[in-house]
Design a protein around this ligand. Sequence first.
Ligand code: TMP
Length: 223
Amino acid sequence: MSIFITFEGIEGSGKSTQISLLADHLSEQKIPFISTREPGGSDIGKKVRKLLLSTENTEITSRTELLLYAADRAQHVEQVIQPALARGKVVLCDRFSDATIAYQGYARGLELELIHSLNSLATGGIKPDLTFLIDCPVETGIGRALKRGEAEGSDEMRFEKEALSFHAKVLEGYKQIAQNEPERISVIDGSMPIGAIHNSIIELFSKRYARATSSRECCKIEL
Ligand code: TMP
């Protein structure tokens, strides 16, 4: 049963851990799925990711940044997400369109209308069915992300190196987006223990999955 699920939050909020725990759950339940991410979910996207995140690329302008995220998304949707959904898979995606609204819109200050138009061009109209926003204090998340990046000797630290005030705007932006779409976006308290966060996610996922399965059964009966 195809469902498109996205995970959002600031760096170091624990998204990746939660995605891999949900992926383990889906494997155990024998539910077909793919796990992917933005930027970098396609082969072309991996090259775009390097451009976008390399710590050296400080001269990228905000509009160039916006267009590169849109380009990455267009390739990702067409080559990876759409085909997986068409084959009836659950798609788990680490960041999607909401990230562009939060980062390039609320934090960089680019016009939200423009971002919405670009998002609809890049996604071909695809929207997540369910989004988990992991709400984590900025100091905790960014502190964790910087430590991890330094320990791994990562070269993909362009955003982690932004000021805390930038990340605070990102988080505020995400909260605003969640307020506008409470049906789709569940805000999860990221300060809970990992297991408790996972349980909340499983509960919300299971409800959504059951709803998708039963509406599919209804359609079959009507046909
Ligand atoms: P991450 O996948 O390692 O979290 O890195 C992705 C970075 O890209 C993260 O700092 C957020 C940023 N980003 C945007 O600014 N806009 C976007 O549309 C997306 C998908 C990510």
